[in-house]
Design a protein around this ligand. Structure first.
Ligand SMILES: [Zn+2]
Length: 337
């Protein structure tokens, strides 16, 4: 009798456990179901609740957004053929891929720019993630712009095809000896990095560093002229040139925070540079000195610049370590801050 009682107790216990499990599963399913049907809460930085696109951009906002986003997609594809923006490659209107209207997701960034965020997979392959387009400044920056160059963040200043060099940007230079110069604040870390590489028996050579706006203009104009001679139209020559030589005002070299470093034995700026022992060492170690390989392979769709296994940018040791560890380019790092 005692054994039967025990069995009954065990069976009873099992039944209780089973029904508990069932209840939990049902509960979870219900919760997941409810979560799926609840619209996602707007991001904290999104002021959609009170501000509409129309209020920020005016009554022609749909046309403005469509034109601006299409133009930016064209620009990005010109600079980086890796990302296929469907409306551009299919020569179809943006509206066929995504609805531009009152419900278009957007936010206002800390610089006061209205940024449209098109979900992954709508206008480009989902592997490239959400597509963000900076449209226009609609608010005062949260922090005055000139503090971007403050002691804390001068090394994180972003200059690319969408973010022009601030007007009257002033650099205090330190000469490197071989007609090269960099922002005085990075000279120490750069010299330390080069010295440590040399101590390993390597021969890195800084072949390009600070450039004035005039020099950048000359390099760009020369590239355009060479392309015109090859038979390009003026417009095509300018677009093609910008893929290789940043337009004046969009080059990091004008900051004095970027250096092109090559191996003495292979002074060529092409993909072969990555196979040199100098470049291998720099790619693995530059972050320790605050430098990152600024235009890595596979990030061109974000940076707008092709793979450049020679262009190093100073971002400070802390940022460089995180970017190296998490495989982030500067644009990604800054968006995640
Ligand atoms: Zn460079």
């Amino acid at each position: 009798m005692r054994a039967v009682g025990n069995i009954a107790r065990i069976v009873g216990l099992l039944l209780v456990l089973l029904s508990l499990g069932f209840l939990i599963m049902v509960g979870r399913w219900g919760l997941a179901h409810r979560l799926a049907s609840v619209p996602p809460a707007p991001a904290e930085t999104t002021p959609q609740a009170t501000v509409t696109l129309e209020a920020l951009l005016g009554e022609d906002y749909v046309e403005l957004l469509t034109d601006t986003i299409t133009m930016q997609m064209e620009n990005r594809m010109n600079r980086n053929p890796h990302v296929d923006y469907y409306p551009v490659s299919e020569k179809a209107p943006l509206g066929e891929y995504v609805t531009i209207g009152a419900d278009t997701p957007f936010e206002v960034d800390t610089q006061g720019y209205l940024v449209v965020c098109l979900p992954a997979g709508t206008v480009a392959d989902s592997g490239h993630g959400e597509q963000r387009f900076r449209i226009a400044r609609v608010a005062e920056p949260e922090t005055p712009e000139n503090t971007q160059e403050s002691a804390q963040s001068w090394e994180l200043i972003l200059v690319n095809f969408e973010n022009l060099l601030p007007e009257n940007y002033a650099v205090e230079l330190t000469q490197l000896g071989n007609e090269q110069a960099v922002d005085a604040r990075i000279a120490g870390d750069l010299q330390r990095m080069l010295a440590d590489a040399r101590a390993e028996g390597l021969s890195p050579v800084v072949c390009s560093s600070y450039r004035t706006g005039e020099l950048q203009q000359t390099l760009y104009s020369n590239k355009v002229a060479r392309l015109l001679k090859q038979g390009y139209s003026q417009e095509d020559a300018q677009t093609e040139a910008a893929r290789w030589v940043a337009r004046p005002g969009t080059s990091e070299h004008q900051l004095g925070l970027a250096v092109d470093i090559v191996a003495e034995s292979y002074p060529v700026l092409d993909a072969g540079q990555e196979d040199t022992p100098e470049q291998q060492w720099l790619m693995a170690n530059s972050y320790r000195y605050g430098f990152v390989l600024r235009y890595p392979e596979g990030k061109s769709y974000i940076t707008g610049i092709g793979y450049e296994p020679w262009h190093y940018r100073y971002v400070g040791i802390e940022a460089a370590e995180q970017m190296y560890r998490d495989d982030l380019c500067l644009e990604e790092y800054l968006t995640g801050l």
